[in-house]
Design a protein. Structure first.
Lengths: 505, 311
């Protein structure tokens, strides 16, 4: 691309909020038909950079140029007119409206009555270009899978002639097959000369898809390299600013002390069938399954969150009633949801309130709280979790995704005694640095005698962290592997098309 | 994070300027500081204030507002008068407050356990309360029998009308509940995120029922005080109080979507509204204008609250 005018150039972009530098001196360039990955931990400045490009925020310093011409992006509508398009992490589609309506929803140059033959044709062209030409334009978006909706979002930008597509963590909630499809779509966009900025945590996708990769750390532009010239380890080290060492700490030699949880014939109508397993103390048991396999329902049922679950669950030999969260919590069975925003954090409340949320009854007498004791507890928890103690009084919304997950983790920590920790997708949306912290904490809990039961669709994580893996396919257990037998290939085969089940049915 | 900080600061500034401006206007309005004017102001604010304190708990619990608190005030006043005629003052206190707390807790139970829409439930409850009251008091107003003696409750304490002292006590109690008890913390958590509260092990239906029970009790106090002041009761006594209470909660700065707020803020909100209304009255505005101004004030506060939450 030497000599060619770049589609997008930024020079020395800076942005501060209230004296805190969140982005300093970012200079990038992007050619037509190029995919640029932007990597960095949470809080590295990725979102700020995207917001500057889309005109949602305005830079304190520095300039943006499109086709070599300096522009001031006034706002999202203006960015759209300039040929920039953005797909946010949370999709912004109206589920009751059709694919066609959604494609033109909010478009700057769409006439009042948008159901014209010409716009219909353009919408069809957009779907064709994304290998989705056979979709019915009049189907309500609510009937599509998350992956398909992602493609509608991309079609929306395509139809509006966006030459540069900015995607923020597009694959965070997708299954492997859906991810493949999105990657395919993006590659075909590239071959048509469109450019993509791809913000992601998933390093696999950086190497599979992107041409170059830019690393941001604490708002600084660390490096931009062709992906061919950088290794995975180098990339992680640049994001962290230190060497990684071992991402997944080994299990300590401490022998597990007996069976913590035995589950017999757990059933949830249409979701889980006759699922049985034993989870020992001091070990991490992973239930591996794709989205929709029911793995995340098993943990929810054990936490008392599924009203119509049946089966016999015993905790340390004593029966654990299903269907009551409060009873489970009282017996130290703690659940952490994969949906931190909706089912985890109390956003308006302070970090300290969030940390001690499930410890209140233990620090109260006749319903009156002992605040000094609670504050001391929160201080000790923050120390163990690696959260800055000065942030305890801040609102929890202000924390990064990784720190938020640590706070939720903190609710399960006990100063003495042990419990069962149930987790779904424990590191979804968590950056590499905080991820290592969370795995370390998980091991600490094991040493304390906890039983950890994790539902995960991230196979790399399953292989790295599990002592025992139970694979799951369409609501049934497929196989159980102990450490040493765990093999990513066999797990993948189990959870996608298990041979035994195929024969049985 | 910085977005939040950015919108909070102008809001804080707006608040400070508004309060100072209001204080200056009030103090420079002739007659504002005269004893009758001041007394009538803080007495009126006492009734609405108690309802607003109750409303605060409902708002924090994530159930927006209850329309039935005004009707509950009138009904409690009637229960009080009937009970005074039947069994004396102490009995009447117990009967009226129990009635208020249980009537409202029942609504809380329906909302908390069945997850019914709180607004609809409160509208239905309002209709039921008015309907039942109709049967008990066909002629509208019922009067306390002559010779009933609760004169001590009509006096003053520390130079303040006893009603206002009750309001201060109610505010302190509600604030204590919110900050120092498990119930209070559960209330904030339930209001902040219902799903997250369930996962933490909070029995949310109990928390919601508790919020309504206390709200009924605080609103009931207003009913009892009105009945004592006028030696009589009618359903018109609490009419419209729910709107004034909502205004006080919002102007005080409790978030309409739940999960944050305080009783102290509501007390300030109630005082601010009462002062504005008193000043308007002294300036010679008719009462319709007061309604208008209160409406505009609430809209402005809601608009300011909502602005920062878009992204």
């Amino acid at each position: 691309m030497a000599g060619a005018v770049h589609l997008l150039t930024t020079a020395g972009l800076c942005k501060s909020f209230g004296g805190v530098r969140v982005l300093s001196d970012v200079s990038l360039s992007l050619a037509a038909g190029e995919i640029l990955a932007i990597c960095g931990e949470n809080g590295a400045g990725k979102s700020t950079l995207v917001k500057l490009l889309m005109g949602i925020l305005h830079p304190d310093n520095g300039a943006i140029a499109i086709d070599g011409e300096r522009v001031v992006v006034r706002g999202p509508q203006h960015a759209q007119a300039l040929g920039l398009g953005f797909v946010a992490q949370e999709l912004s589609l109206a589920p009751r409206l059709s694919i066609f309506d959604n494609i033109w929803l909010g478009g700057a140059d769409v006439p009042l009555l948008h159901r014209t033959a010409q716009l219909r044709r353009r919408a069809q062209v957009a779907l064709d270009a994304l290998n989705a030409g056979d979709w019915n334009l009049d189907q309500p978006v609510g009937e599509l899978s998350i992956g398909q909706r992602q493609i509608v979002e991309i079609a929306r930008l395509f139809a509006r002639n966006a030459r540069l597509l900015i995607l923020d963590e597009p694959t965070a909630t997708l299954t492997d097959a859906e991810i493949e499809r999105i990657l395919g779509v993006l590659k075909s966009l590239r071959s048509q000369g469109r450019s993509v900025i791809y913000v992601t945590h998933r390093l696999g996708e950086v190497f599979a898809l992107c041409d170059r990769v830019t690393v941001l750390r604490n708002g600084e532009h660390i490096s931009t390299d062709p992906v061919a010239a950088i290794t995975r380890t180098e990339l992680i080290e640049r994001m962290l600013g230190r060497s990684v060492g071992e991402m997944y700490p080994r299990a300590s030699a401490r022998a597990a002390s007996g069976e913590a949880v035995t589950v017999e014939r757990l059933n949830v109508p249409r979701q889980v069938r006759d699922f049985s397993f034993v989870a020992p103390c001091g070990k991490i048991l992973c239930i591996a399954g794709q989205i929709g396999s029911g793995a995340n329902i098993v943990t929810r049922a054990l936490a008392g969150l599924v009203q119509n679950a049946t089966g016999e669950v015993r905790l340390n030999g004593r029966l654990l009633p299903l269907g009551s969260v409060a009873d489970c919590v009282a017996r130290n069975v703690i659940f952490l949801s994969e949906d931190r925003a909706a089912e985890g954090l109390f956003h308006q409340m302070r970090v300290v309130d969030n940390l001690v949320a499930s410890s209140l009854p233990r620090h109260a007498r006749l319903g009156l709280l002992a605040w000094p004791a609670l504050r001391r507890l929160a201080g000790r928890l923050a120390e163990r979790l690696g959260i800055d103690k000065r942030r305890l009084r801040e609102s929890a919304t202000h924390l990064s995704g990784g720190n938020q997950q640590k706070v939720l983790f903190g609710r399960a920590l006990r100063e003495s005694g042990s419990c069962v920790l149930l987790m779904n997708e424990p590191t979804r949306g968590v950056d590499v640095g905080a991820r290592a912290d969370i795995y370390r904490l998980m091991r600490e809990l094991c040493d304390q005698g906890f039983a950890l039961i994790i539902a995960s669709s991230d196979l790399e994580e399953v292989e790295g962290v599990a002592d025992i893996v139970v694979t799951m396919y369409r609501g049934r257990a497929v196989a159980r592997y102990e450490r040493g037998e765990i093999d990513i290939g066999r797990i993948l085969a189990d959870i996608t098309h298990p041979t035994e089940l195929a024969q049985a049915s | 994070m910085s977005q939040l900080a950015l919108w909070r600061r102008p809001l804080g500034a707006v608040r400070a300027v508004a309060v100072v401006a209001l204080a200056l206007t009030a103090l420079s309005t002739p007659g504002f500081l005269s004893e009758p004017s001041a007394l009538s102001l803080i007495t009126t604010v006492s009734f609405i204030g108690c309802v607003a304190i109750g409303m605060t708990l409902i708002t924090i619990s994530g159930n927006i507002i209850s329309f039935s608190l005004g009707a509950l005030v009138g009904a409690t006043a009637m229960v009080f008068v009937l009970a005074v005629n039947f069994g004396g003052v102490v009995f009447a206190f117990a009967a009226a407050l129990t009635f208020a707390a249980l009537t409202n807790a029942l609504q809380g139970l329906v909302i908390g356990a069945m997850r019914a829409n709180p607004i609809i439930v409160s509208i239905a409850a309002t209709a039921i309360i008015y309907g039942v009251a109709e049967a008990f008091a066909e002629q509208g107003t019922i009067y306390a029998a002559a010779g009933t003696n609760y004169g001590i409750f009509r006096g003053k304490m520390l130079g303040l009308p006893i009603e206002f002292v009750v309001l201060l006590g109610a505010t302190a109690l509600a604030q204590f509940l919110l900050i120092c008890t498990i119930f209070g913390r559960n209330l904030f958590m339930t209001g902040s995120s219902f799903a997250a509260a369930e996962i933490v092990g909070i029995r949310t239906w109990r928390t919601v029922t508790g919020a309504y029970l206390w709200a009924g009790l605080f609103a009931g106090l207003a009913g009892v005080m009105l009945a004592m002041r006028y030696d009589s009761a009618s359903m018109s006594y609490g009419m419209g109080y729910e709107y004034d209470a909502v205004a006080a909660v919002l102007v005080g700065g409790t978030a309409i979507k739940g999960g944050e707020g305080s009783a102290l803020r509501t007390l300030i909100g109630a005082l601010v509204i009462a002062i504005i209304e008193a000043v308007l009255l002294l300036w010679g505005f008719r009462q319709e204008w007061q309604f208008l101004i209160a409406g505009v004030l609430v809209l402005a506060v809601v608009a300011l609250q909502t602005r920062g939450r878009w992204d």
